[in-house]
Design a protein around this ligand. Structure first.
Ligand code: DQA
Length: 147
C-alpha cells in the first residue's frame, strides 16, 4: 500500500524557517524519515510539497484513487482552506493531519483547523516525529481494514 504524505506552503523552507518553532530538520530529512518508517512497515510513500492550494487539491484527487491513507500537513491552508477540506472529505481512506508545532499554544488564528473535522486523527507538537506517528497509525488502520 502507498501512503500519500502531503505538505503545504512554506514547508519547503523547513530547517531554515523559524527553527525555534519548526526545528532544524529539512523537508528532505522528513521525506527520508517517512520513507524509512513506511519501508520498515512494508509500505510505500508518495511524498509531495506545494505552495499552491490548487496543486494540493489535485494531489489529494490523485490520492483518492492511489492512496491507502493520506498524511497531510496543510500548513497555513489548515486555517483557511475549505477547498482542501472538501478534497480530503472526498477521499474514502484514513486521513491524518500533522502539525510540527503545537498550534494550540500559538496564535489564536492557528487554533481553528478546517481539516480536523474530517480527519481520522490529528497530531500536533511532536516535531517531525508527528509524521512517523501518523504513518504508524495509518499502518494499523490499513491492516485492520484488510484483516
Ligand atoms: C504548521 C502550523 C501552521 O499554523 C503553520 O501555518 C505552518 C506549519 C506546523 O506544522 O506546525 O506552516 O502546520
Amino acid at each position: 500500500p502507498t501512503i500519500y504524505v502531503l505538505n503545504g506552503p512554506n514547508l519547503n523552507l523547513l530547517g531554515t524557517r523559524q527553527p525555534e518553532i519548526y526545528g532544524h530538520e529539512t523537508l528532505r530529512d522528513v521525506e527520508r524519515l517517512c520513507m524509512d518508517t513506511a519501508l520498515s512497515l512494508g509500505m510505500l510513500i508518495s511524498f509531495h510539497q506545494s505552495n499552491h492550494e490548487g496543486e494540493l487539491v489535485e494531489l489529494i484527487h490523485k490520492a483518492r484513487t492511489e492512496a491507502a491513507a493520506v498524511v497531510i500537513n496543510p500548513a497555513a491552508y489548515t486555517h483557511t482552506s475549505v477547498a482542501i477540506r472538501d478534497a480530503l472529505a472526498a477521499c474514502d481512506c484514513p486521513i491524518f493531519e500533522v502539525h510540527i508545532s503545537n498550534v494550540h499554544k500559538r496564535e489564536e488564528f492557528r487554533h481553528h483547523s478546517y481539516v480536523s473535522g474530517i480527519a481520522t486523527g490529528v497530531i500536533a507538537g511532536l516535531g517531525v516525529h508527528g509524521y512517523v506517528a501518523a504513518i504508524t497509525a495509518a499502518y494499523s488502520q490499513i491492516s485492520h481494514a484488510t484483516t
